[in-house]
Design a protein around this ligand. Structure first.
Ligand SMILES: [Cu+2]
Ligand SMILES: [Zn+2]
Length: 186
């Protein structure tokens, strides 16, 4: 017993490091498995102009979202995954509410949050361009109960204002300025 008591403090930090390692590795996609599914969509305004593209990659422990946006005034803009893959202008209410399979409230700063479809604001620089590369732990794109892309698809929606990460149901993010439908086989 005396020997174990001496060894444990040495072993425990090593175990903690080992437990964290796979997560850090998948975030950087260094040596991780390739995505098992790749979906993409174009963010279109009601006039049909493209404001950018969004890629969703299914990784082993979640989904990676890569967005490139251009052609907007500098500032922060809310972006979310919405529940329905139908982008009908001019207001895109057709895309439904935020993707929310766990029946939470909106926002990471909301004690009752967050929706699985909530995303960080995307920052547009002085040249009108911005990008996001976000890991969404546990998110399943397709093929299981509660997955993002179900029978009626899903959508990525860009808003006129930043998300306050708190106000239910949509972060006080203003109107829907661009929308991209996500479906399997696209
Ligand atoms: Cu939204
Ligand atoms: Zn939300």
């Amino acid at each position: 017993m005396r020997r174990l008591a001496l060894i444990l403090p040495l072993i425990l930090p090593l175990l903690a490091v080992a437990a964290c390692a796979p997560k850090a590795e998948s975030l950087g996609r260094v040596g991780g498995a390739p995505p098992s599914l790749m979906l993409s969509t174009r963010l279109l305004t009601a006039d049909g102009n493209s404001l950018g593209e969004v890629e969703l990659l299914q990784m082993a422990d979640g989904a990676q979202l890569i967005a490139t946006v251009k052609g907007l005034p500098a500032g922060d803009y809310a972006m979310h995954l919405h529940a329905i893959g139908r982008c009908t202008g001019p207001d895109f209410t057709s895309a439904g509410p935020h993707y929310n399979p766990a029946a939470k409230q909106h926002g990471r700063d909301n004690p009752m949050g967050a929706h699985a479809g909530d995303l960080p604001n995307i920052t547009i620089d002085a040249k009108g361009a911005g990008m996001a590369n976000i890991m969404l732990p546990g998110l399943r794109l397709a093929g299981s109960e509660g997955a993002l892309v179900d029978a009626d698809g899903a959508a990525v929606v860009l808003h006129a204002r930043p998300d306050d990460y708190r106000s239910d149901p949509a972060g006080n993010a203003g109107s829907r300025i661009a929308c991209g439908e996500i479906s399997l086989g696209k």
